[in-house]
Design a protein around this ligand. Structure first.
Ligand SMILES: [Zn+2]
Length: 434
């Protein structure tokens, strides 16, 4: 019996190996200009050989498929294009999109499937904008993980997703449900990530990981877009923060901390979080803590710009939110500049979902207008983002052995960063989407 099973499994394994050997797919990209390697050196007239999902070779000049000993390769002519690694957005919410014209109680009439189906177009837009990987920081686990699996199966087109699932937050905190009668809130029930006290927060982290989380998202401070006048100060206690970070790290997950207020940012950095999201109020001491720990700032300037505009144009925005927008948004850019001047690690993130999906590249314009060089801005969305993901061995730059996540634009983004707003070619894991 055992031998029969073993023999069958061996036969299946051999079939799989031989099938994949014979079915290898080759693509050849002729790139006019290209950023190569982790240093993103600018080279002209290069050839990239893609075998299945990986970059198999990079050669100077335009090399023909005969020279590679191939006859069945698809040759992709990007000789008049600027080629760069697929972009990575480290802060998105792909399961929703703010829309001032939509009834904000719509969620009470819908099921998870409504959210998932609506998200398909957000994912398509994000990929078409050149973002081949995203980190989703806060979407219901019943929606985001099925979407992630659907993309992995290639049932729908979208970026590679690394997701936090439900946010870990205290009762009444930024990620809790606000603005409804107590009996309605009780009827909906607390989200998986709501916790109070160190032990309960360890439980929440473990449950969120059990639901599928690749990373843990926490609300270290209040937030701008929750309908509460609680402000943007520290919301998780020092004890809770330490419990969360230790539990997550022991289970191999990084921690991304939503944090605006200075005290909350400091507490989160002291507890050992891997990134601060937004980081609106930075001072000298927070900069020192960033530099000591090597934690990343994910500035999300686009979120600040988007909600500032909405606060002045949408009369239906709740007053608790409008007041926080007016207070916080102007501080984000100044804090980003302080971080930039002091060599804090910075990774690209937009908080898309607050802004429209597919407009992620608008963040580049804000980064550069606030003092980042074009080359730095591109690295923040490629090599640095891959590092913060813990995926630098696989993603983030164009080198042999890396995933073939490759995009192109018509002009050099090193000269005009806005070139990234019009992505013309998108390959993810060796497959051409656009
Ligand atoms: Zn967010």
């Amino acid at each position: 019996m055992k031998i029969t099973l073993f023999t069958t499994l061996t036969a299946i394994a051999l079939t799989l190996i031989s099938t994949s050997t014979f079915a290898q797919q080759h693509k050849i990209i002729h790139a006019g200009s290209v950023l190569l390697g982790a240093e993103q050196q600018l080279k002209t007239a290069q050839t990239l050989l893609i075998t299945d999902d990986k970059i198999a070779a990079i050669k100077a000049g335009y090399v023909s498929q005969d020279a590679f000993g191939l006859s069945d390769a698809q040759v992709i002519d990007l000789k008049n294009q600027f080629v760069l690694p697929g972009l990575i957005d480290m802060h998105v919410h792909v399961t929703f999109e703010r829309d001032a014209s939509v009834n904000r109680h719509r969620w009470t009439t819908e099921y998870e499937a409504d959210q998932a189906l609506r998200s398909i177009k957000y994912l398509e837009r994000t990929l078409a904008a050149g973002f081949t990987s995203v980190r989703d920081l806060g979407s219901d686990h019943q929606v985001i993980f099925p979407l992630k699996r659907a993309i992995e199966r290639n049932d729908i087109a979208g970026p590679r997703i690394f997701a936090a699932g439900n946010t870990v937050s205290p009762t009444g905190g930024h990620a809790d449900l606000h603005g409804y009668r107590a009996d309605i809130s009780a009827g909906v029930g607390a989200s998986l990530g709501i916790c109070n006290g160190a032990d309960d927060c360890r439980r929440a982290v473990r449950e969120v990981i059990k639901s599928g989380a690749d990373v843990i998202k926490i609300t270290a401070t209040g937030g701008v877009l929750s309908n509460t006048a609680a402000g943007v100060n520290q919301q998780l206690s020092d004890e809770e923060l330490h419990a969360i970070v230790d539990t997550a790290h022991n289970l191999g997950r990084k921690v991304a901390a939503h944090a605006h207020g200075t005290q909350g940012i400091k507490a989160a950095l002291r507890a050992g979080v891997d990134s601060i999201e937004h980081g609106s109020y930075l001072d000298k001491e927070t900069i020192r803590l960033f530099n000591n720990s090597g934690a990343y700032l994910v500035p999300t300037l686009l979120a600040g710009a988007t909600v500032s505009e909405e606060a002045s144009s949408n009369p239906n925005m709740p007053i608790a939110i409008v007041n926080k927008v007016r207070e916080v948004a102007p501080k984000m850019q100044a804090s980003f500049q302080l971080a930039l001047q002091n060599n804090v690690n910075i990774a690209f993130g937009t908080d898309s979902g607050v802004s429209r999906h597919g407009l992620n590249a608008n963040e580049f314009t804000l980064l550069v207008s606030n003092g980042m060089s074009e080359a730095q801005a591109i690295k923040s969305a490629t090599v640095h983002a891959a590092k913060l993901l813990g995926q630098e061995a696989r993603l983030g730059d164009l080198s042999v052995g890396k995933q073939a996540d490759i995009i192109s634009v018509a002009m050099s983004p090193l000269q005009n960063i806005d070139a990234l707003k019009d992505v013309q070619f998108v390959m993810k894991a060796g497959q051409v989407y656009q």
